[in-house]
Design a protein around this ligand. Sequence first.
Ligand code: PBG
Length: 324
Amino acid sequence: MIRPRRNRKSPAVRALVRETTLSASDLIYPLFVHDKNTDEEIDSMPGCKRWSLEGLVKEAGEAHALGIPAVVLFPAISEDLKSPDAAECHNANGLIPRAIKALKTAYPDLLVITDVALDPYNSDGHDGLVAENDKGELEILNDETVEILCQQALCHASAGADMVSPSDMMDGRVEAIRTSLDSDGFTDVSILAYTAKYASSYYGPFRGALESSPKAGDKKTYQMDPSNVREAIRETLLDEDEGADIIMVKPAGPYLDVISQVRAATALPVAAYQVSGEYLMIKSAAKDGWLDEQSVMMESLVGIKRAGADIIVSYFAKQAAQSL
Ligand code: PBG
């Protein structure tokens, strides 16, 4: 009789035949930073904080010591610095450039990745510039936005970012950012492209953390329709062609089929972003004792890896690395 259970009979056999393993070196840790001297709990994301620069450096250092190679930064910008042209996003003395410098000074080997998009800086709360068309409807301007994204990417690169990560879903931005970086001599700065970023309701807690929800309308004219997977392949081939170094799918858990098809469509490394809503669902179910947080967290991460992600961006990164 054929008995598949023989391969499950002990922890040693299970370790030997295990197909997917998670390691701290697979993880990117997203961190929120604000321009205050104290660290603040984030109501919508229990266990996450808006860090002061000092708190940020300490938290990133602890994560790095656990084997996490990279952090990605998200700024909470005060309301008075937001504007319709999002000009603060390329201020050389802004919060993100100061955070990059502080991190690279403290930990030269830690990869510092920055988010490239206008929403934290835009008084309209959109990832791109907003204009009204003849019919009085809101439109997100593509090419005008891409020009500003290039300035933002250059600003981050000048401050010492190792990688920039456009999350805005404008067309043509990977190529434009690559060209700008190269022409200013930043040929070694990588692009981690949010290639297939869906118009997802799972981003709600993140927008709470940054107070960055769109003031009007939604993001459906630039982020992808959750029903589509062939479109993700189209975006993958474009981003590869435009010079992306890493392709990313976001969210992760509800989009495992997308991760697996994107994995098959490109030779580039594939990342997946376990977003704020996925994190919060596990945290809140565990808080009430409905789920075991540690084991569900690990299962959710291994599932994302098994689907084909080489890299996982997760708010659980540090907690997971502690148990690896
Ligand atoms: C915005 C951005 C978002 C996230 C990362 N970058 C939100 C959005 O597109 O509205 C979401 C991350 C998360 O939910 O954890 N450029």
